[in-house]
Design a protein around this ligand. Structure first.
Ligand SMILES: [Ca+2]
Ligand SMILES: [Ca+2]
Length: 455
């Protein structure tokens, strides 16, 4: 190897020094211990690119990212690191245009109380990452757990949002004009989350509320046991674009729209979802209530939902639905009679193909395009315990369509992540029955829920 001259050595050492210094400056780490303040000792002294690491403990304070692109994370996860706002204000505020470089990870956020966003307030045009957090026991008028404002596109990933309360909108999460308003591709994303036991006392959206032309994407999430005093125990949308994929919406309750209430929504698509055992305590839509909204429902299982009068499974009021490869079974309406879909007026319509449906009540719909449907007990695995997977003998096996030319939106997997199609053809409903050949030659159904489920 050629021996370096002294000047070359100096130049190289200088380069190494600059590299080390600049590297250190870009990612300073601020360690926070119990007795410190996450805000004063961490965020306030941090600059863009820094990391604030919070050691296990309970921190009684409110924190504000103040527009900084910093990562604020716990050392060892949300169970041992709690931020408690003491009933005074939002626990966490992001209200200075924070982008995806602002990351909150691994905290339990509790005891916030605010006008909007008891747990987390995401102001206009923010797009932070909220990751691996428990948002628990917070209260607000709008968004008991989380609020996102005009043009905001937060990513909420692997969070548990539970036992929060809102007076007016969004017991768990409230999205007001979020997403597309200022960025055509912008949308809040809720992925891998559990949203449960939240309440919206007087208004709409026990789990999630999305309105004022907001966009929203919900993926691989469970929305369960939420309640609303008015519309939508699970998800309320009066929105620009809403997609819900590979998710469970079950055991929610509201006056109207036990699981979902869609109103004046530009585009609502639900794929690989189970909408089960929800209740409308008032009149309309035990499962999904559509009011001037035109949903596309693909490979969904809608079963065991209840209402007092119209639309045990789906109510269509001045709405047209497209239902493909789905199961609608044992939904109940007036006097506990079977009624899976109610086409309520002459400005509504239904396209239903390759679906197992028990009862369609048509009160004058202008379009009823029905093709290749069946009406047979789907033989769910154990609906009494909430298991709406298919059994080996189910008539829904291999009677869906796999024609991606006619139906380009068909999913390539099921609610559990099994590949579709199995046995050469899509099944009806959210679950694809997967037959796996074991080395010993035995056969069994591989039915596993995603994270933390009972399937
Ligand atoms: Ca199949
Ligand atoms: Ca499956």
């Amino acid at each position: 190897m050629k021996k370096l001259h002294r000047t070359e050595k100096l130049a190289m050492l200088t380069l190494i020094a600059i590299f080390l210094m600049s590297g250190a400056a870009e990612a300073a780490i601020h360690q926070i211990y119990p007795g410190n303040s996450i805000q004063q000792d961490g965020i306030d002294v941090a600059v863009n690119g820094d990391v604030v690491i919070v050691h296990p403990g309970i921190y009684y304070e409110n924190i504000d990212f103040s527009g900084k692109a910093v990562v604020v994370r716990s050392l060892s996860g949300p169970f041992s690191c709690i931020i408690d706002a003491g009933g005074n204000g939002s626990v966490v505020t992001l209200d200075s245009g924070e982008g995806s470089g602002s990351v909150l990870r691994g905290f339990t956020l509790s005891n916030g109380s605010a006008q909007a966003g008891g747990g987390i307030y995401c102001g206009d045009n923010t797009s932070p990452l909220i990751y691996d957090c428990i948002v628990n026991q917070n209260a607000a008028v709008f968004g008991g757990g989380i609020f996102a404002g005009y043009g905001a596109s937060p990513v909420i990933r692997s969070c548990n949002i539970a036992v929060n309360q809102a007076d007016n909108y969004g017991g768990g999460i409230c999205l007001e004009g979020s997403g597309v308003q200022t960025n055509p591709a912008g949308r809040p994303v809720i992925t891998g989350c559990t949203i449960s036991y939240n309440q919206c006392v007087n208004g709409s959206g026990g789990g999630v509320y999305s309105a004022n032309n907001a966009a929203l994407s919900i993926v691989s999430s469970e929305i369960q046991y939420n309640g609303a005093g008015d519309k939508a125990g699970g998800v309320y949308c009066s929105s620009h674009t809403v997609t819900i994929r590979t998710s469970w919406i079950n055991d929610n309750h509201a006056q109207n729209g036990g699981a979902v209430y869609a109103e004046q929504t530009g585009f609502l698509e639900m794929i690989n979802c189970e909408i089960t055992d929800n209740t409308a305590l008032g009149n309309y839509g035990g499962g999904i209530n559509c009011h001037h909204a035109d949903p596309r429902i693909v490979n969904c299982t809608i079963a065991g939902n209840r209402t007092q009068t119209y639309g045990g499974g789906i109510l269509l009021y001045r709405s047209s639905a497209e239902v493909i490869n789905s199961i609608l079974w044992n939904n109940r309406a007036w006097q506990n009679q079977s009624e899976d879909i109610n086409i309520h007026d002459n400005q509504s319509g239904l396209i239903i193909h390759y679906t197992d449906v028990e009862v369609i009540e048509n009160l004058g719909g202008v379009v009823l395009n029905s093709y290749n449907n069946i009406s047979a007990d789907p033989e769910f695995a154990n609906p009494a315990s909430g298991d709406y997977g298919l059994t080996f003998g189910s008539p829904c096996r291999n009677l869906g369509t796999s024609d991606t030319g006619t139906y380009p939106f068909l999913p390539v997997d099921d609610i559990e992540g099994d590949a579709r199609p199995q046995e050469g053809c899509h099944d009806m409903g959210a679950d694809e029955y997967a037959v796996v050949i074991q080395p010993a030659g035995s056969m069994f159904s591989s039915r596993f829920r995603g994270e933390g489920g009972a399937h």
